[in-house]
Design a protein around this ligand. Structure first.
Ligand SMILES: [Fe+2]
Length: 333
């Protein structure tokens, strides 16, 4: 009885919060953000894509609608996006009606010819059987994006730039990555490096102990190394990444808002290293009031590839504003 009452009360509250956040984002525009449609920042863009993460869809009122506001923004891009990525935790629980809801939302908007789904830990919680989870991810990948895959990891390209999608094969908060997947990843990276183009890797979980982890996971000082990251496979994946240049590893999972190293926070959305860059995508569905960065939901990046650099442009897709304070420019080598 109590649970039912709470459920009834929370649905409109959550929907109300989403509306409030959209309005708050609009006030951000008045405060100096740039409200403008999606278009290339400069001439000579070789490839562009949008990436959001942690949409956490449920059957609750409001969430699919909040997602759809962003999808509509992307679909109206003046310069059509070459890809659109949801970097995991697409659903809150991996259950069939929610996958159906995501596929329905995707069917309404023509965003790009290459829509990319990444599996997150929450997406693995619809069944106790990993085989069923994998089957559902494959099925709804086909339904929502038209892509035929056989594993939760796969590769594609974004206007000629290699894109490698990694995914957990287990159902834990940290990722389960088989030796088979690691070997496949190493081969994919070697092949990708031959193109001479920047390489984009999408994996829901961040590399261990980056972006302020383990503290930023639950802001618990007692959390040990590795908490909130890939988990056991992290070192092996990072060692492969380090063998190449112009690599961009894009994660989600932490649920933080945009933050830069200049904010004085323990969390930074973008971490630059020699040859590779780690990018953590904010949580699209939830606000983050706790980690000190930008607290608005509905955010993600529009990424633009140029001959000599890659731009990560922070955008609030709900309100259609750019947030250039959180942009990053990475020179290519
Ligand atoms: Fe999440």
């Amino acid at each position: 009885m109590l649970a039912a009452l709470v459920s009834v009360l929370f649905k409109p509250i959550r929907a109300g919060i989403a509306v409030f956040m959209a309005v708050a984002a609009l006030f951000g525009g008045i405060l100096g953000f740039e409200k403008a449609e999606i278009s290339h920042k400069k001439d000579g863009c070789l490839a562009s894509f949008a990436v959001i993460s942690d949409t956490h869809l449920t059957e609750a009122n409001g969430r699919r609608e909040v997602l759809e506001i962003g999808l509509e923004d992307m679909s109206k891009a003046k310069d059509r996006l070459d890809a659109f990525v949801v970097d995991g935790d697409i659903t809150d629980n991996g259950e069939i009606p929610v996958w159906e809801s995501f596929a329905l939302a995707m069917s309404k908007y023509d965003i790009s010819d290459n829509n990319i789904m990444v599996i997150g830990n929450h997406d693995t919680w619809g069944s106790d059987d990993p085989a069923v989870t994998k089957e559902n991810f494959i099925k709804y990948n086909k339904l929502a994006t038209g892509r035929e895959i056989t594993e939760v990891y796969y590769s594609t390209e974004i206007n000629g730039c290699p894109a490698i999608i990694l995914g957990s094969e287990g159902d834990h908060v940290s990722a389960t990555v088989s030796d088979t997947q690691i070997e496949w990843f190493a081969q994919q990276m070697e092949a990708a490096s031959q193109t001479g183009k920047p390489i984009f890797i999408f994996f829901h979980q961040p590399v261990n102990d980056t972006h302020g982890l383990p503290y930023t996971w639950e802001m618990n000082k007692d959390d040990g190394p590795g908490t909130g990251g890939i988990g056991d496979a992290s070192d092996r994946i990072l060692e492969i990444i380090k063998q190449y240049k112009n690599v961009f590893y894009i994660s989600g999972h932490i649920h933080a808002g945009f933050s830069t190293a200049d904010d004085g926070t323990v969390y930074s959305s973008v971490e630059k290293y020699d040859g590779y860059t780690l990018i953590n995508t904010p949580c699209y569905m939830y606000s983050d009031f706790l980690r000190g960065g930008n607290f608005l939901n509905g955010t993600g990046f529009v990424v633009e590839v140029y001959e000599n650099e890659v731009l990560f442009r922070a955008r609030n897709f709900i309100s259609g504003i750019w947030q250039p304070k959180y942009d990053a420019v990475i020179e290519l080598k």
